[in-house]
Structure formats: structure tokens, C-alpha cells
Design a protein around this ligand. Structure first.
Ligand code: B12
Length: 238
């Protein structure tokens, strides 16, 4: 069977994935270091190795093969590798010159998805003000105002905390700031329908789509002079 070029991966990347899936932090560190020695592209190693491994962990968790302890050690292995790879990710400035606030909404500590979005956007030259995880609404808005950000990016992996997205948009309206900031949402349980329902401007299923969505969201605002949600639109990255 022929493997499409886009899916062909270096054995070091496969080694990294399997170490993360097994929760083997030492192995993940070793594989990450080997990828640097082999001069592999660190963004590709993150996306095809580390991110894909976490997708497998999510699947195993949903299938009840993994439980919290296995998810936790896998997450630790992911971060052990990410610490080594991230400083080596090249910035190519192919994305829009804009700055965003990105964080995980209050009540949720899952931050791997958010960090993968950060890695992808930073690599294409976007300035990302990362407010971390379990973050109150006010912190997002204050950080966006203080740093003149064009958009606020909200992440969550849990269903109950999705309500925080809607609450943030409501606070923006109350403070007459809704037109000032584009709002993008994402994370495991978040859908385009949900984004539309709460009046968000952008939604993406993964970090690659997020990058394309950011470009389109900004273009759409320039073109119409309004934020996309005012025109009943949610911008996608596909
Ligand atoms: C790893 C993990 C953990 C780790 C988290 C480590 C960490 N630092 O993140 C640990 C073990 C600590 C953990 C803890 C808990 N977990 Co947990 N966890 C997971 C697991 C297995 C994987 C999540 C993950 O990292 N996925 C990998 C990333 C890469 O996912 P991704 O969706 O592909 O991310 C992409 C997109 O979503 C998108 N994206 C993400 N954010 C954003 C933002 C924007 C703006 C955009 C545009 C795009 C975008 O881009 C990302 C990159 O491509 C999931 C299972 C699952 N099916 O998701 C459960 C899961 C998320 N956990 C769950 C739960 C319930 C918990 C706990 C409450 C358990 C408990 N009883 O204590 C606690 C959390 C406590 C809290 N208050 O937050 C539930 C949530 C259920 C729900 N829908 O509400 C899940 C779904 C498991 C399940 N099926 O029940 N967990």
C-alpha cells in the first residue's frame, strides 16, 4: 500500500509518539533530543509525533483502555518532550501580524490542546499572550485590553466549562467591548454550532485549522468593517 507523502514520518517521530502514548517521559525526552540531532523540523515533530500521540491517548481514554493515571503520565511525557522541542521551533512569519490572548477557561486544567494552538500560531509569527489554564474571564479581558490584542481565544476540554465562553462574550457586551475583540473558541467538546449559538467569531477543530481561521477572521473584519458574528457568521479554518 502506498503511503501518502504527508503521512510519511521519520522513525524518530514514531518513537516519540509511542513513548508519549506509553507515558514514558524518559523515552520521550530521548526521542525529542534525537530529533534535534537528526535536524528534523521541530514543529513537524510536535504535530506528527507529540500531538498525534495525545489524540491516541484521548481515543484510548474514551475506549476505557486508559484511565486518569495513564492520561496523566502521558501528559507528563508530552510536556517533557515539548520542553525540549519548543525552543527549536522556527518562526516563519507566514501568519497575520496580530496579537491574541489565549487561555483555558476557569474550571478547566486541560491545557495540551491550548498549548498546541499556541505552538502553531507562534510558529507563523502571531504574538500569543498565554494566560494559562483555569483562567477567570476578567483576566482574559484585562490582558487583551492591556496588550492591544485583536482577538481573545478560549479553550476547554470539558463540557460544563463551555458555559464560561458564553459568559465571557456577555461580559464583553456589558462592557461595550464586544466589537473591539474577535472571539475564537475551540477544544474537544466545542462545535461550530455551539460557537454560532454563543455568538463567537471563529471556531477551529485543531491547531492547523486554527491558524487558517485566524487569517480569515481578520480578513472578514477588514472587508465588512464588522466582527463576523455580527453578520451571523462563524469563521472556520477549513
Ligand atoms: C489528558 C487528559 C487529562 C489530563 C490533563 C493534562 C493536561 N495538562 O492537559 C489529566 C489527567 C490531568 C486530566 C484531568 C481531568 N480530566 Co481529563 N482528559 C484527558 C484526555 C485523556 C486527553 C485530553 C487531551 O489532552 N487531548 C489532546 C488534545 C490535543 O486534544 P484536541 O481536542 O485534539 O486539541 C485540539 C483542538 O481541541 C483544538 N483546540 C483546543 N483548544 C482550542 C482553542 C481554540 C480557540 C481553538 C480555535 C482550537 C482549540 O486544537 C487542539 C490542537 O490541535 C481527555 C480524553 C478526550 N477524549 O479528550 C480527558 C477528558 C478531557 N478529561 C475529562 C475529565 C472529566 C477530567 C477530570 C475532571 C477528571 C477528574 N475526575 O478529576 C480532570 C480535570 C479537572 C479539571 N478541573 O480540569 C473528560 C471531560 C468530559 C467532559 N466533556 O466534560 C474527558 C473528555 C475524558 C472523558 N471522556 O470523560 N485529564
Amino acid at each position: 500500500m502506498e503511503i501518502k507523502e504527508a503521512w510519511r514520518v521519520d522513525p524518530i517521530i514514531t518513537w516519540l509518539s509511542s513513548a508519549i502514548i506509553k507515558g514514558d517521559a524518559e523515552g520521550a525526552v530521548e526521542a525529542a533530543k534525537k530529533s534535534l540531532e537528526a535536524k528534523l523540523d521541530s514543529l513537524e515533530v510536535m504535530q506528527k509525533g507529540a500531538a498525534l500521540a495525545m489524540d491516541v491517548v484521548s481515543y484510548l481514554y474514551d475506549q476505557k483502555v486508559y484511565y486518569l493515571p495513564e492520561a496523566l503520565v502521558a501528559a507528563n511525557a508530552f510536556y517533557a518532550a515539548a520542553d525540549i522541542l519548543q525552543p527549536h521551533i522556527k518562526v516563519d512569519a507566514s501568519g497575520p501580524k496580530t496579537s491574541i490572548v489565549l487561555g483555558v477557561i476557569e474550571g478547566d486544567i486541560h491545557d495540551i490542546g491550548k498549548n498546541l494552538v499556541k505552538v502553531r500560531l507562534s510558529a507563523s509569527g502571531t504574538t500569543v499572550h498565554d494566560v494559562g489554564r483555569d483562567v477567570p474571564i476578567d483576566t482574559f479581558i484585562e490582558t487583551a485590553s492591556k496588550n492591544n490584542c485583536e482577538s481573545i481565544w478560549l479553550s476547554t476540554m470539558m463540557t460544563p466549562t463551555m458555559l464560561g465562553f458564553e459568559a465571557l462574550i456577555e461580559v464583553l457586551r456589558e462592557q461595550n467591548l464586544r466589537d473591539k475583540f474577535l472571539v475564537a473558541v475551540g477544544g474537544g467538546p466545542v462545535s461550530e454550532d455551539f460557537a454560532k449559538k454563543i455568538g463567537a467569531d471563529g471556531f477551529a477543530k485543531n491547531a492547523t485549522e486554527a491558524s487558517a481561521m485566524l487569517t480569515r477572521m481578520i480578513e472578514e473584519r477588514k472587508k465588512s468593517g464588522k466582527i463576523p458574528s455580527t453578520n451571523g457568521k462563524v469563521i472556520r479554518g477549513v
